[in-house]
Design a protein around this ligand. Sequence first.
Ligand code: FES
Length: 172
Amino acid sequence: MLEAATTIDYAADMRWKQVEATMRRNGYQPDALIETLHTVQELFGYIDENALRFITSKLPISPSKALGVVTFYHYFQMKPAGKHTISMCTGTACHIKGGEAILEEICERYNLHPGETTPDGKVSLLTVRCIGACGLAPAAVFDGEVVGNLSVEKVREQFDKWMAEEDDEETE
Ligand code: FES
């Protein structure tokens, strides 16, 4: 059974539009499930009950069936790998405005590749194609919050702040 999902505003996070685009491209057929789950994992780093609710509200698949698929494949994760997540946009506008150079520097500094988590489990680094904030390029999503006009310093500041958190420290 799925736990009660917290209410989230799907319209406020452009990544859900990309998830919906995957389903649309597949004609909202049940066969779209695997590809849609891949899209969610790529964009968010994991698939939680909110994602399953979103998907099963659009595809003719029951939540329990979708959950069965997620738990069957080891590739899919139901929890974020890291306590915090930085998703760097690699879409065209962000690329042109220097997003790739920022990503490279961050990868080098923290010895991470996109998709990986710091050894202490504090921060996961992901990439997304476009988060719909092209006017703010280069942009990223820090724990669900879109941050624009990025610089290496801005990303490092956030990264270092999270890395310095005590394990039991409350997060905002
Ligand atoms: S390309 Fe980065 S937000 Fe659109």
